[in-house]
Design a protein. Structure first.
Length: 116
């Protein structure tokens, strides 16, 4: 089984709507390309906190995924390191390249409404 070819990240946050601040939410959307594995492949997503350098300690976030995307909704501001593995017939691939998104805090400063 060959390695997954690439892993990309999209950061998103909901900041505010109208004049009131909504609950601040963070997410990391991972997408990957895998042209090497046969039908029936499933994927697992792994995450470590901090940078990808050194020896990060990964935890499995999801397993048995069939789509080439996963959104991590359980992130707060900080550094994360993600990898994906593919599984075919019970055999796991080597890990994908690691990606290291930095989830910003997205500070929102709201001005009071102007009444005239």
């Amino acid at each position: 089984m060959k390695k997954i070819l690439s892993l990309a990240v999209l950061l998103a946050a909901a900041a505010f709507s109208g004049h009131a601040q909504a609950a601040l939410t963070h997410s990391v959307k991972l997408t990957w390309v895998d042209g090497n594995n046969p039908a029936g492949v499933t994927y697992s997503v792994w995450r470590a906190t901090g940078l990808c350098s050194g020896a990060p300690s990964f935890s499995k976030l999801a397993t048995g995924l069939t789509a080439l995307t996963y959104t991590d909704l359980a992130v707060t501001p900080g550094n994360y390191c993600y990898q994906v593995t593919a599984t075919v017939a019970g055999v796991d691939s080597a890990s994908s390249n690691a990606v290291n998104p930095i989830v910003p805090s997205f500070p929102v400063v709201l001005a009071p409404p102007v009444v005239q």
